[in-house]
Design a protein around this ligand. Sequence first.
Ligand SMILES: N[C@@H](CCC(=O)N[C@@H](CS)C(=O)NCC(=O)O)C(=O)O
Length: 216
Amino acid sequence: MSLELYSYWRSSASYRVRIALNLKALPYTYHGVDLVKDGGEQWKAPYKKVNPQSRVPTLMHDGQPYGQSLAIIEYLEEMYHQPALLPKDPEARARVRMLSQIIACDIQPMQNTSTLRYLKEVLKLDDAAVGAWMREWITRGLDAYNAHLEHDKVPGRFSHGDTPTMADCCLVPQMFAAERFGVDPTRYPRLVLIWETCNHLPAFTAAHPSKQIDAH
Ligand SMILES: N[C@@H](CCC(=O)N[C@@H](CS)C(=O)NCC(=O)O)C(=O)O
């Protein structure tokens, strides 16, 4: 069994998959794809062959490429059942997927490298306007995530129960990005607590951007 991950150290979508791979104790080979240098390695022919969408992450499993972080995590879940990152019952699974998608579908695309580049280069927004854009969408999404946790009252130290799930694989990178882009995490005490709890686990610490071989 060979697993290879095409990743960028600061990419939150890649960070999600790194956490999932580590939680499942699956060793993998890391390939850094520099999203910034010279306009971005993701647009160059060699990487486009791996991922025609020019996005990271891509997981290569025995030579077969898989894109989209949530699809990759669900694939890993189906191939390697333990520890489970999705609960067993359908209602709980739907809740974990819903939380995950608030981040992966509704927040992250708004802070993505090519989105920001378009705002700057085509729409000619200045840095202040782009910063305000990011903080707006991050805050709206985290407000919703937080409201769900307050409202649903599912007990546990993580987003859903007492073990990490796919939702936590999404939340931790998003909290990292929120802080990086100037959203004060202390607005969300419950989310900060979950973030800290996760960051005490080796699977999460090893996946942190600063620990990746392409970090700079
Ligand atoms: N929905 C995709 C998003 C992937 C994505 O947007 N990745 C970003 C890094 S976090 C990327 O590759 N950006 C490159 C670009 O925008 O040019 C997923 O969850 O994998």
